[in-house]
Ligand binder design. Structure first.
Ligand code: SF4
Length: 322
């Protein structure tokens, strides 16, 4: 059986956050016309609370390289880039170079920040251009790096590709657990496990009142204790907040400072909206209605997922916690 069919049968979805069916990207690149094909491993991992790619680099670099080799064998005349955030590149470069020396694999040190994890911005940065997202379509699978069909998958996704190729995939994923818990870390469980079960299995279920942020520490959604039957979404993070200890305004400021520092300034809704939210949060009397309005505009009109992502924690937090 060919690998794309195996990925399809395994129902593997991208582990970077968007959860797109992996086989569709692979098939699109396979069928796209182009004298050359590019494969990019996205190891940008810039969202707070998400640690799984670093965990894989530390513990299973051979599986990652094997996943990339599977892709190189699948796409004719292809070349791969492993794109890593700065500290991962510095720490794991020699190991990865040693493992990949007989293959067309280039290691790249991410030049920018969180936005470079967005696939078209990542491509712009490898080409040496300004770090900004591109218009889509065309999608990278049709016209990506240097104008050629390009597969961009998250680093963890390549780990599971290796497992699928060896018939060792059992619908698991990696979860990054942090916050007000006893045993933070990265854990592997079935992707079907509920948040409650994961917290209990890892001896992290808090005794005090709490809420969680699920997905990532910036764009993750907020869920209450009563909503823990849900599965984990996004990049697989669970961040636990002790309700008593958490200052709501400080938490919102933390989120917005992240977006303030990481947005690229290309579109007005995100650039100005984030600035206005920051201003509102610095005021002693928080204008909640205005805050909700700006969050809504950001979600509806921002150019790329970074700006739209601002709404994710605010919507649940303002409705359920604050
Ligand atoms: S949404 Fe934000 S990060 Fe995305 S293009 Fe607009 S300004 Fe840049």
């Amino acid at each position: 059986m060919n690998i794309i069919q195996k990925i399809k049968d395994a129902k593997l979805t991208g582990r970077g956050g968007a959860g797109f069916p992996t086989w569709q990207k692979w098939e699109a690149v396979k069928n796209a016309p182009g004298e050359k094909k590019y494969i990019i491993v996205n190891g940008s991992e810039g969202e707070p609370g998400v640690l799984k790619d670093g965990f894989i680099l530390e513990n299973y670099p051979e599986e990652l390289i094997n996943g990339v080799k599977v892709a190189l064998e699948t796409f004719e005349n292809s070349e791969a880039y492993i794109y890593l955030r700065k500290d991962y590149y510095d720490k794991y470069k020699s190991k990865l170079v040693e493992l990949s020396r007989d293959f067309s694999i280039t290691l790249t040190r991410e030049p920018g920040g969180y936005l470079c994890g967005e696939e078209s911005t990542l491509i712009e940065s490898i080409e040496g251009n300004r770090f900004e997202p591109r218009d889509k379509p065309p999608f990278p699978t049709e016209k990506g790096l240097f104008g050629m069909p390009t597969l961009v998958n998250n680093l963890e996704t390549f780990y599971w590709i290796s497992k699928i190729a060896k018939d060792e995939y059992h619908s698991n994923r990696f979860y990054s657990l942090s916050g007000d818990i006893a045993n933070p870390g990265v854990f592997e469980f079935s992707e079907d496990l509920s948040i409650e079960k994961i917290l209990k299995e890892t001896n992290n279920f808090p005794e005090k009142e709490f809420f969680v942020q699920v997905g990532g520490g910036a764009s993750g959604i907020i869920l209450t204790r009563e909503e823990l039957e849900n599965k984990v979404t996004g990049a697989g993070a669970i961040i636990v907040y002790d309700k008593e200890k958490t200052d709501p305004k400080a938490l919102m400021k933390k989120w917005i400072d992240f977006y303030f520092n990481e947005n690229c300034g290309k579109c007005v809704p995100c650039r100005e909206g984030v600035y206005r939210i920051k201003e509102l949060l610095e005021n002693d009397n928080l204008d909640l209605e205005k805050l909700k309005d700006i969050v809504f505009v950001l979600e509806e009109t921002s150019f790329c997922p970074l700006g739209k992502g601002v709404a994710m924690p605010f919507e649940g937090f303002l409705g359920k916690i604050y």
